[in-house]
Design a protein around this ligand. Structure first.
Ligand code: FE2
Length: 135
């Protein structure tokens, strides 16, 4: 069973973004399962790498979309995405010290960050884009 269940309150109403957000939540759920079942550090590393790659793709797509619709909150979004990247980089510096503890910290960070980001910042562009005719 997934630790984070997708809820209606996470929906921005923009289909392409909701689909990507669901995939991100799915990867966080996977990371939780791997840590809970004490699977190998390699498995943790793989899902973390996939998460980092997919998050980059998502930030890119999201920023492109917001830019093309001249969303006024684009700079806040970019700053927020940059903050995320910096935090993830800081984690990878600490990694060698205690990989498992770091993996748990990363999981906790991902879970908190993504839910907060989606429900606060991302949900704000939903009505704006809908107003412009995007679904
Ligand atoms: Fe965002």
């Amino acid at each position: 069973m997934d630790i984070i269940k997708w809820r209606e309150t996470y929906e921005t109403g923009v289909q392409s973004m909701d689909t990507q957000h669901k995939r991100l939540i799915h990867l966080i759920n996977q990371m939780y399962t791997i840590l809970r079942d004490k699977q190998s550090l390699e498995a943790v590393g793989n899902v973390h790498a996939e998460m980092t790659e997919y998050a980059e793709r998502h930030f890119h797509d999201e920023e492109e979309l917001l830019r093309s619709y001249e969303y006024p909150g684009i700079s806040e979004q970019q700053a927020s995405h940059l903050g995320y990247r910096q935090k993830i980089e800081a984690f990878s510096d600490k990694r060698n010290a205690d990989e498992l503890a770091t993996a748990q910290d990363i999981y906790a960070f991902l879970r908190r960050w993504w839910i907060e980001h989606i429900t606060n910042e991302d949900k704000r562009y939903g009505p704006f884009l809908k107003d412009k005719g995007l679904t």
